[in-house]
Design a binder for this molecule. Structure first.
Ligand SMILES: Nc1nc2c(c(=O)[nH]1)N[C@H]1C(S)=C(S)[C@@H](COP(=O)(O)OP(=O)(O)OC[C@H]3O[C@@H](n4cnc5c(=O)[nH]c(N)nc54)[C@H](O)[C@@H]3O)O[C@H]1N2
Ligand SMILES: Nc1nc2c(c(=O)[nH]1)N[C@H]1C(S)=C(S)[C@@H](COP(=O)(O)OP(=O)(O)OC[C@H]3O[C@@H](n4cnc5c(=O)[nH]c(N)nc54)[C@H](O)[C@@H]3O)O[C@H]1N2
Ligand code: SF4
Ligand SMILES: [Mo]
Length: 700
């Protein structure tokens, strides 16, 4: 009989990095709780962590490589699979060029340090520019803003939530999402603490969200008008002489250009478009400027929209103009133990180095926008993508106009997926390679420590040995690279590279190493964020650029947009926005019976007045249609929606055939990305513009 053991690790599902305490007897998991001794999360967890056992035990998990045949899926050996993949990829590249093999990386890559560390080697071996990822359906505008203003796409400011006196949250719902580009486990408590110390939380969102309900003030806003609001806030700061650059003043450039650029955007000029009255905007600017410390934090709502680039630039501008950049209680810069920007100073960014073949969208961070993927596969001609590799991604459900990828993937000469499931995307593959996940994987957050509201470091050992015939993702990447190049394994592992980075990092002289972390399974506290931008700034001239020309140029597009095309408005009278749910993570957690039990959460929310006008009742099935598609789902009437706006969850729609997710596929729910449009992007950055998609709603 096995004895009961306790294992400590970090949850790898979302960005919050919660510490877990897991009791188990052999392979039987007895309990999953928050680790009270984790110096960062101090016991916080959410319902998803408990489902880690479901993913571990899931009988639908792929256990061995499989190959599509005329008689269905057949198991094959790793050697045969890897050999065939290398031969086919190389053959296609020889006939059609290096870029004819495309790669899509999904969100879990960011939660897996083995991938993060091994991917550059893999890409070097494959040699293709046809790279795509979920970043361009997510945070790309943050990287572009950091690149142009601070010299490094990964040098992203995070709100110092634990010390701020005023937090303006635009288009984020951290109570549900648990924070994003703001790793802050237990964010609800942290927000409450702002209020308890006499501070204020203001939420700007077209939906009265779970976060808005806890805030001191909630302002409804018309989708996609946030750039106008932020321009008007900046305008007011100049107009009322409230600009105060603080300690960074000597290294800030382009203040005059900025001042001229925001001049036309008075609160009166933007009020009608935003749906917020001018005095309220002025007061918001004053509140932010007058607070002892303040921070503006904007996320998905402000990023995945037509002016996401402008929004994330202006978000930084507001923090800089109020003297809150790199200052306690403002927008600060973590100093992670494993530093992604170390040694990158002076490296030129790849922004705009190439343009996508079909639509001429910009290349950034060595990738093209995922909104272009379907057309790059479907449009014949030189440079067309003929083969694909997806790694931990489900773009058929997650990408804008995702349904188009069903046809695109089906048309490929060859497709490979590295995944844990046979799902909506991987069902199109010729070969699927099964990886380990969650509890079977060692863990260190190379990305999220760079976006965390406190400096900490933690390494988790794998809790269980791999089962079956699976490999770690990084081993698959290594083996694919070796088969592609014919080289011998040099024996370098992600742990060795992590150890090297820790020893040479900012805490190396204090003894930081992988051994140190292994000896401290609850994690090591490295203290609160400290002002450090002057050392971490990566611009060649050592200065902060307030008004990079590409943003000034993009203002013209904002002006010309009239924001709302009136023809489109009459045919499609509603603006659609996406919603995240407390008990699911993107597209892949819906196979946990524990997480999907209860009422169907995949509803279209709208307010009572709009519903009445449409003759819709609560619970009735509505059809939501856009120029590219339609979905049918139940109506949920509440007073949380701004008029003319409807909200639908992202990540659902597991009703396609030929998948093998026995729990998920029996769930109701449809894919919002069957109605979003590949053509709707923020033209500046290429980021997907999910929010504000025009739709019509009617009884089904
Ligand atoms: N309309 C709309 N669309 C959106 C969004 C939205 O708000 N609205 N949000 C966007 C955002 S922010 C994101 S990040 C993207 C996410 O887009 P994706 O990353 O494409 O979607 P995921 O659901 O995260 O897909 C994860 C895939 O990885 C697999 N997987 C899980 N764990 C592992 C693992 O450890 N190893 C491997 N190899 N595979 C694994 C899962 O089975 C699944 O196939 O969606 C975007 N799409
Ligand atoms: N439970 C759960 N947690 C998650 C995820 C999940 O799927 N489920 N996904 C994870 C991922 S990959 C990410 S990237 C993060 C995202 O983290 P967040 O950005 O905090 O999450 P969202 O819920 O997408 O928040 C976007 C908010 O913007 C609002 N919004 C939509 N359009 C507009 C607009 O035009 N203007 C404004 N001002 N607001 C708008 C929406 O109503 C919504 O409240 O969450 C992560 N955490
Ligand atoms: S908040 Fe995120 S990291 Fe924390 S337990 Fe939930 S899913 Fe895991
Ligand atoms: Mo995301």
């Amino acid at each position: 009989m096995n004895e009961t053991k306790t294992h400590y690790r970090t949850c790898n599902i979302c960005e919050a990095m919660c510490g877990l305490e897991i009791k188990h007897r052999g392979e039987e998991i007895l309990s999953i709780k928050g680790d009270k001794d984790d110096p960062f999360s101090r016991g916080h967890i959410c319902p998803k962590a408990v489902a880690l056992q479901d993913f571990y035990n899931d009988k639908d998990r792929l256990k061995t490589p499989i190959r599509r045949t005329a008689e269905g899926w057949k198991e094959i050996s790793w050697d045969d699979a890897l050999e065939e993949i290398a031969t086919r990829f190389r053959g296609i590249q020889q006939s059609h060029g290096q870029n004819s093999v495309g790669v899509y990386l999904g969100n879990p890559n960011a939660h897996n340090f083995g991938n993060a560390i091994m991917l550059p080697r893999f890409f070097k071996a494959l040699g293709t520019n046809s790279r795509f990822s979920s970043a361009s359906a997510d945070q790309l505008p943050h990287h572009v803003a950091s690149n142009y203003m601070l010299g490094a796409g990964m040098l992203i400011p995070v709100p110092d939530i634990d010390h701020t006196d005023f937090m303006l949250i635009i288009g984020a719902n951290p109570i549900v999402s648990n924070g994003s580009l703001m790793t802050a486990p237990g964010v609800g408590k942290r927000l409450k603490a702002i209020q308890e110390r006499g501070g204020k939380v203001v939420v700007v969102d077209p939906r009265r969200t779970e976060t808005a309900k806890k805030a001191n003030q909630h302002l409804f806003i018309q989708p996609e008008t946030d750039a106008l609001l932020m321009l008007a806030l900046a305008h007011t700061l100049f107009e009322e002489k409230r600009v105060n650059l603080g300690h960074l003043e000597p290294i800030i450039d382009e203040l005059e250009q900025l001042k001229a650029a925001v001049r036309p955007y008075s609160p009166d000029a933007v009020s009608a478009a935003c749906g917020i009255d001018a005095d309220t905007i002025r007061q918001l600017a004053r509140d932010m400027a007058d607070a002892k410390s303040a921070v503006c934090y904007s996320r998905m709502g402000a990023s995945t929209q037509s002016f996401g680039g402008l929004c994330q630039w202006l978000n930084n501008v507001l923090n800089i103009l109020t003297g809150n950049f790199d200052r306690r209680g403002g927008a600060m810069f973590p100093q992670p133990a494993f530093d992604l920007i170390a040694g990158r100073k002076g490296k030129r960014s790849s922004y705009g180095r190439y343009q996508s073949r079909v639509r001429k969208l910009p290349f950034f961070n060595s990738e093209f926008p995922v909104a272009t993927l379907a057309e790059e596969i479907l449009t014949p001609g030189d440079g067309q993508i003929r083969a694909m590799l997806t790694i931990a991604g489900n773009p058929v459900l997650s990408a804008p106009g995702g349904a188009k990828l069903d046809d695109a993937f089906e048309s490929l000469d060859f497709m490979v997926s590295v995944d844990i499931y046979l799902n909506e995307t991987t069902r199109h593959a010729d070969i699927i390679l099964p990886s380990t996940t969650g509890l079977e994987v060692p863990h260190y957050d190379v990305f999220f420590n760079s976006f965390a509201v406190r400096n900490t470091a933690k390494f988790s050992e794998p809790m269980f040995e791999k089962t079956g015939n699976q490999k770690h993702d990084w081993e698959i990447l290594r083996d694919l690279a070796l088969h592609l190049t014919g080289l011998d394994d040099d024996g370098v592992t992600p742990e060795m590279m992590l150890d090297g980075g820790l020893k040479h990092g900012a805490y190396g002289d204090q003894g930081m190493s992988l051994d140190t972390l292994k000896a401290n399974p609850h994690g090591v506290d490295l203290g609160p964020l400290q002002p450090c931008l002057e050392e971490r700034l990566q611009t060649e001239d050592g200065r902060i650029h307030l008004a990079p020309q590409l943003y000034l140029d993009d203002l013209q597009r904002l002006n010309d947009s009239g924001l709302l095309d009136s023809a489109e408005r009459s045919a499609y009278p509603f603006a659609m926005i996406s919603r995240r749910l407390p008990r699911s993570h993107n597209t892949w957690t819906q196979n946990s019976h524990r997480l999907v039990k209860g009422k169907d959460p995949c509803t279209v929310q709208l307010n009572a007045e709009d519903a009445k006008e449409l003759g819709l009742e609560d619970g009735q099935i509505a059809q939501v249609s856009s120029p590219v598609g339609e979905i049918c789902l139940p109506v949920e009437i509440n007073d949380d929606m701004f008029s003319g706006v409807v909200s639908i969850p992202q990540g659902w729609g597991h009703n396609r055939s030929d998948t093998a997710m026995s729990v998920a596929s029996t769930q109701p729910g449809v894919s919002i990305n069957d109605v979003t449009d590949t053509q709707r992007v923020d033209e500046l950055t290429g980021n997907a513009a999910f929010n504000g998609t025009r739709v019509n709603v009617s009884a089904a």
